[in-house]
Design a protein around this ligand. Structure first.
Ligand SMILES: C[S@@+](CC[C@H](N)C(=O)[O-])C[C@H]1O[C@@H](n2cnc3c(N)ncnc32)[C@H](O)[C@@H]1O
Length: 177
């Protein structure tokens, strides 16, 4: 895994989207992204993701995972890598994945409801994970899996807790105490 991937999550509604936005951030972290930008500040959401990072680790060997807010338009204009917007209206991922893999840095943009039309133009690519409507969490997981070659069995260097895989039991190791 060498590509640095950042996620921009648009349209987060405080309170209403807490659960799905948390899932966006946890999926990004677990599937190898370096961080998630939200288009608004949500201290409770950010704290719950940071709490997971403190316990389960934030450093995946390539980068230290973060959540923060940003001005989405400025970020999309200034990002110095490939900007990929995920939308069911886009071009199928399989047609573009080889080109996307050539980038050193990728900003993957996902929405909540409808994204502002400008997003389609600011993005370098509008990519579909199938042309059926589904979820930003599913779209993000499939995209990261394909791009980063299934790195989701990551070991976080600074984790305090790790799972010991088991057929029948819930086994937890406490490390870096
Ligand atoms: C509830 S969906 C809204 C569906 C939206 N009408 C669209 O343009 O894809 C929220 C987000 O999930 C992602 N998404 C949903 N279905 C997708 C698909 N088939 N391919 C890629 N992304 C998808 C998009 O990022 C979208 O903004």
């Amino acid at each position: 895994m060498k590509t640095e991937v950042y996620v921009l999550r648009l349209g987060h509604r405080i309170g209403r989207d807490k659960r799905i936005s948390t899932h966006v951030a946890l999926t990004a972290r677990a599937f190898g992204a370096c961080g998630v930008y939200f288009d608004r500040e949500d201290p409770k959401l950010f704290e719950s993701v940071r709490d997971v990072c403190r316990r389960w680790g934030s450093h995946n060997g390539i980068c230290e995972f973060f959540v923060r807010s940003c001005n989405w338009k400025n970020l999309m204009k200034s990002f110095d890598g490939l900007k990929v917007h995920l939308t069911m209206y886009g071009i199928p991922l399989r047609e573009k994945i080889d080109e996307i893999r050539l980038a050193d840095k990728v900003l993957v943009v996902i929405g909540a409801e409808k994204v502002p039309p400008e997003v389609y133009n600011l993005a370098d690519m509008n990519i579909a994970i199938g042309n059926q409507p589904h979820s930003e969490v599913a779209a993000l997981a499939v995209f990261l899996d394909r791009l980063l070659n299934s790195v989701y069995d990551l070991k976080f260097k600074d984790a305090k807790i790790r799972i010991k895989p088991s057929e029948k039991e819930k086994l937890i190791e406490y490390v870096n105490k």
